[in-house]
Structures are given as structure tokens and as C-alpha cells.
Design a protein around this ligand. Structure first.
Ligand SMILES: *Cc1c(COP(=O)(O)O)cnc(C)c1O
Length: 391
């Protein structure tokens, strides 16, 4: 059985530094390895399994659709695709949706919309897109260019031109960039995820939104990680007093099946025309049925529970010895410890808790419906491990 690890090492391209752990099944927020050992899942596959593993309601939605029609291409209409788009628009006030298969592709689409809008309305030389230093927007050559972390860029140059990075929380630098460059849009994560779970302040993001309006550039919010209930609101931008032009999302949207989306506001609803963009898998009926079941379950009651569980996590770690800071929102939490976070995460795996890291922090992204009992147990094990390691 352990053969799987050596087969994987021999045949899978070496891009992933996997933990020494093979997962075979799960139920809710509990996962099992090939020996039957159980783990509490505090990472949900990087914020993807929004309602945990093999959730009954999610499975029913997927099974019903997969036994009827698994794929059609975008040459034809299907019900899950249309109904998911309608639901997303009704829940956000946006006007149109484009479906992709991943977060990077959702961002690619948002960038194409911004470039087309600017070139039609301001001129072909207004192509620059501003993003924030330390951001993460994906792995394609264009979304890498958007990503404000140089270490991802090395060896892959030249990347797509036309991206300018600006430091977070520094509105003056942004003003200078806007004065000196012809820009189409600014794209931000409300909470930098891969960058270390760092939220943008209300003052800064609301200031960015005002400047975007003033300079007639689009505001793109990358909600690939923060979206779909993660922060205690349906989308993280709803924690701020802003109205984005474009919202990209993915990760938790499909609850474990690959789907991304760009939500497009009224002003931009007719920018994309026939042939401007497309995706063979985009809007796949099984992925859309899964996503529809996820979105329909993110109601006031669930969001309230997310906020309560968030408070529980913050309370548990904020004054703990060895913890320097606790950041994030909802069930997206970063914990900076005095000891090495990767070592703590490794030790937690031995003790039966799966956590993530982000930069030098421990990152927690549990399922939105993680039972309180399991959350308490996992938090205690993480606390105990931090206390052991940080003395
Ligand atoms: C994960 C992530 C992406 C990339 O999503 P993929 O589905 O891996 O392409 C883009 N932006 C943010 C903010 C992310 O967290």
C-alpha cells in the first residue's frame, strides 16, 4: 500500500513537496490515511471542501447531476449552469457570470475583461493592471505576472507585460502610480492568503475603491480564497464598503469539484462578446450543481456560525505564549508563532490534525460547517504543540 508514495515520487512531476501522508477517505472534517489513522481537517484541501469531505447534501447534488449529464460543452444550455449564475447574481447584485475551472483562469478572464474595457473606452495603451506586493493570483504566466512575489517569477520570464505592484496600505504610492501610468484596473485580495493571511484595512481598501472610481479604472477583487462564506460573509468584499466591478472566485465554490467564476457588474455586463473568451469545461453541469448546493447552504445562519467559530479560534490563540499574532477573518486564520510554523504543522500531523502554512504562519481554513467538538479538539492539539515548541 505504501507503494503509492514511491509510485507518486517516481511518476508525478516534482512540483509538490507533499507531507508524508496518504489520504484515502473521509467524512465531514475527519480524514483517514491508508492505515486507518484519523485526522481532523483544518485545511479543507486549501479552502476547497467548504462542507467537508463526502458531505451527504453535496454528494446528493453531484450524484443526481452526474447520473443525468456530466458534460455538454458550451454549445448547449444546461440547467445547473444557468441556475448557478442566476443565484450568484441575485446574492451579490452582479449582472453576469463567466465560469472557469480554476482560480487562475477566473483571474485571467477578469484581466481580459479589464483590458478590453480599457482599450475600448480609454485607448489601447491603457493596459496596465495594478496589484499589491506580496499578493497571489495564480500560476499561469499572466496571473504570475499579477502575483506580487518575485520568487514565483524567477526562471519563467518573460511574463505577460503590463502589471505594476504597489505596497499594501500605502495609498500615496498608489496615487503616484496612477498619475504616472495608463491603467485599466487594480486587482486585490481583501485578505492576502498565500501571502500570510493579511487582511487589507478598511481605510486602505475603501481608499483604493475611491481612487479607482476617480481614475476610471476597474476594481477587481480576487476572492478565490476569501469567497463563498470563508470570511463570515458570502464574499469578503462585503466586509468593506466597496462595490467591485469584477469578482473572481474558485476554491470553495465547488466544494471539491473544479470550478471558478468571474462575477461581472452591470457596467461591464456587455463587454465580453461571442468568441472573446471561452472554456471547454467551463460551466460543467456537475461542477455547477455542486457549486449551487454550496452557495444555497451559505445562509445567514451558517455565516453566523462561521463568525462564532472564528471568534473561538482567535480567543484560543490570541494570548497564547509563543503566538506573536493572529490575523484573518472568519475561518481564514493565520497564526504567527515564535517557533518554526512548518515544524509545528508537521508535529500536528503526527498528532492527527491537518493544518496549512502561509509564509511563516500556521494557516487554518477548516470546513465552514466543522463541528464545534472537532474544532475544539483540533485547536487544543495545535495549542499544545505551539506551547511545546515555543519555549
Ligand atoms: C489559490 C488562489 C489562486 C489560484 O487558484 P487556482 O485554482 O490554484 O488556479 C488565485 N488567487 C488566490 C487569491 C488564491 O488563493
Amino acid at each position: 500500500m505504501n507503494d503509492i508514495k514511491s509510485i507518486d515520487k517516481e511518476y508525478i512531476a516534482g512540483t509538490y513537496n507533499r507531507f508524508d501522508l496518504q489520504l484515502v477517505s473521509g467524512k465531514g472534517s475527519i480524514l483517514y490515511d491508508e492505515t486507518g489513522k484519523s485526522y481532523i481537517d483544518m485545511g479543507s484541501g486549501i479552502g476547497v471542501t467548504a462542507f467537508g469531505t463526502a458531505d451527504e447534501e453535496w454528494k446528493a447534488a453531484v450524484n443526481e447531476q452526474i447520473s443525468k449529464l456530466q458534460h455538454t460543452s458550451n454549445l448547449y444550455y444546461t440547467q445547473p449552469c444557468a441556475l448557478l449564475a442566476k443565484t450568484l447574481c441575485e446574492r451579490t447584485g452582479m449582472s453576469k457570470v463567466f465560469f472557469s475551472n480554476s482560480g487562475a483562469e477566473a483571474n485571467e478572464c477578469a484581466i481580459k475583461i479589464a483590458r478590453k474595457y480599457a482599450s475600448k473606452n480609454k485607448g489601447a495603451d491603457y493596459f496596465n493592471i495594478i496589484t499589491i506586493e506580496n499578493s497571489f493570483h495564480g500560476r499561469t504566466l499572466t496571473t504570475l505576472a499579477a502575483t506580487g512575489q518575485a520568487h514565483y517569477h524567477e526562471l519563467f520570464n518573460p511574463l505577460t507585460p503590463g502589471f505594476i505592484h504597489t505596497p499594501a496600505e500605502d495609498i500615496e504610492t498608489l496615487k503616484v502610480i496612477l498619475a504616472e501610468n495608463k491603467c485599466a484596473a487594480i486587482m486585490v485580495e481583501c485578505i492576502q492568503g498565500e501571502g500570510g493571511v493579511i487582511p487589507l484595512s478598511k481605510d486602505y481598501l475603501e481608499g483604493v475603491a475611491k481612487l479607482a472610481k476617480k481614475h476610471d479604472i476597474l476594481l477587481i477583487i480576487d476572492e478565490v480564497q476569501t469567497g463563498n462564506g470563508r470570511t463570515g460573509e458570502l464574499y469578503a468584499y462585503m466586509n468593506y464598503d466597496i462595490s467591485p466591478d469584477l469578482v473572481s472566485t474558485a476554491k470553495g465554490l465547488g466544494g471539491g469539484l473544479p470550478i471558478g467564476a468571474v462575477l461581472i457588474n452591470e457596467k461591464l455586463q456587455n463587454i465580453l462578446g461571442f468568441g472573446d473568451h471561452g472554456s471547454t469545461y467551463g460551466g460543467n453541469p456537475v461542477c455547477c450543481a455542486a457549486a449551487l448546493s454550496v452557495i444555497n447552504r451559505i445562509d445567514e445562519k451558517l455565516l453566523c456560525e462561521v463568525k462564532e467559530k472564528s471568534q473561538f479560534i482567535f480567543d484560543a490563540f490570541e494570548n497564547l505564549k509563543g503566538v506573536e499574532s493572529v490575523t484573518g477573518m472568519g475561518l481564514m486564520v493565520g497564526i504567527k508563532t515564535t517557533a518554526n510554523s512548518a515544524e509545528i504543522v508537521k508535529e500536528c500531523i503526527n498528532k492527527g490534525v491537518l493544518c496549512l502554512t502561509a509564509k511563516d504562519k500556521i494557516r487554518l481554513l477548516p470546513a465552514l460547517n466543522i463541528p464545534m467538538k472537532e474544532l475544539e479538539k483540533a485547536v487544543n492539539i495545535i495549542k499544545e504543540t505551539i506551547e511545546e515548541r515555543c519555549n
